[in-house]
Ligand binder design. Structure first.
Ligand code: UT7
Length: 335
């Protein structure tokens, strides 16, 4: 009897669960027509090629940490948690306030969190998936109990506003999620993060990067991108990563209730949907309203869907992203 009890206890599996989501978008909105008034572009080109209609742009006195803190406050409220209960803060960002320290430390301080660790994860547009992987591992290992995971970016600070090939694509914003833990049966019916999968291929470093950095020229630089190459890889890699997460957990694409892909371009999302044979109605889309906010797109999309009541308890949600590095990955979550 004693022996059987031990075996049952071992079969329990700790999972990271989403407790609440929040978002913050700067008040200032820049439409495609606004851009067309001062650049050789048009609403028609931007809409047709990307699906983007507008983007939010931070005011001069708004930094990445300010956006992150506002999103975090909403997520904590939705999770019915006080900031003092958080013992891990991770911010996914490629546009920190300062080269160092980490944005997460400012968030920690401003929210009055006095315990645990705070650090940033930098994996460009895949940052949220990479940071979710880290958060999930730390929570499951018992290295933290309640985590605040934020994707926050001010990409408007690192685009060349005279380069129509890149500046029309990006926006600013922050999305935050609060995660805790629950003991499940180790089955794919458990609530929480079922698995995360992250990848990189540094041979593509130059295809999507900034032309500056602290150790090269002491500047942040501006975004340089070989758009078509990035497009091609994004569609293939995101679909592959989703398929891996499904097969690892014994699912077929038909089991997925919602796909939350990185929001860079509607055409990339359509291509991923086609490769996976998933209905477009199952894809959460925010790119039209928010453009590409890099590491913030997935938590912003989660917060948007959650606030509209689109997710039901038990829904199977597939997350995937691809970005500079190249980096890419996926996560499968039972809501
Ligand atoms: O988050 C991950 C990182 N980013 C991405 O995933 C983005 C991936 N790439 C893309 O989304 C697409 O490649 C873009 C939206 C960037 C570009 O779309 P495209 O269909 O690949 O266009 P293209 O770069 O091949 O350019 C086609 C034409 C060019 O003119 P020519 O050479 O054919 O005369 C460009 O100069 O469109 C021109 N063009 C524009 N025209 C009007 C490029 N940008 C603009 C613009 N307005 N804003």
């Amino acid at each position: 009897m004693k022996h059987r009890q031990t075996r049952q206890r071992l079969a329990k599996m700790r999972r990271s669960v989403f407790l609440g989501c929040g978002s913050y978008l700067p008040e200032k909105i820049v439409t495609n027509d606004d851009l067309a008034n001062r650049l050789d572009t048009s609403d028609e080109w931007i809409t047709q090629r990307t699906g983007i209609r507008q983007r939010h742009i931070a005011f001069e006195d708004e930094n990445t940490s300010d956006l992150a803190i506002e999103a975090a406050k909403v997520a904590l409220k939705r999770a019915s948690l006080d900031a003092s209960e958080i013992d891990l803060v991770i911010v996914a960002t490629a546009t920190p306030d300062n080269t160092f320290p980490a944005v997460a430390t400012r968030v920690q301080s401003k929210l009055g969190i006095k315990q645990g660790a705070a650090f940033d994860v930098q994996a460009a547009c895949s940052g949220f998936i990479y940071a979710l992987n880290t958060t999930d591992n730390m929570l499951r290992l018992g290295q933290a109990n309640k985590a605040l995971l934020i994707g926050s970016e001010c990409f408007s600070r690192i685009v060349d506003w005279n380069d129509r090939g890149t500046c029309v694509l990006f926006g600013d914003g922050a999305g935050a999620v609060v995660l805790g833990t629950e003991d499940g049966d180790g089955q794919n019916t458990d609530r929480g993060v079922l698995s995360t999968h992250i990848y990189a291929d540094g041979d593509y470093y130059e295809h999507l990067c900034t032309d500056g950095g602290p150790s090269t020229n002491g500047k942040a630089g501006v975004v340089k991108m070989e758009g078509r190459e990035v497009f091609k890889h994004a569609a293939v890699r995101m679909a592959e990563a989703v398929e891996t997460s499904l097969s690892r957990n014994g699912f077929l694409i038909g089991d997925v209730d919602w796909l939350v892909p990185h929001q860079a371009n509607m055409r990339i999302m359509d291509s991923v949907a086609k490769k996976l044979s998933i209905e477009k109605s199952k894809i959460i889309v925010t790119v039209d309203q928010q453009a590409n906010t890099s590491a913030a797109t997935i938590p912003l999309a989660l917060a948007d869907a959650e606030s509209k009541g689109r997710f039901c308890s038990g829904d199977l949600i597939s997350l995937t992203a691809m970005g500079g590095g190249f980096t890419w990955g996926s996560a499968l979550v039972r809501w």
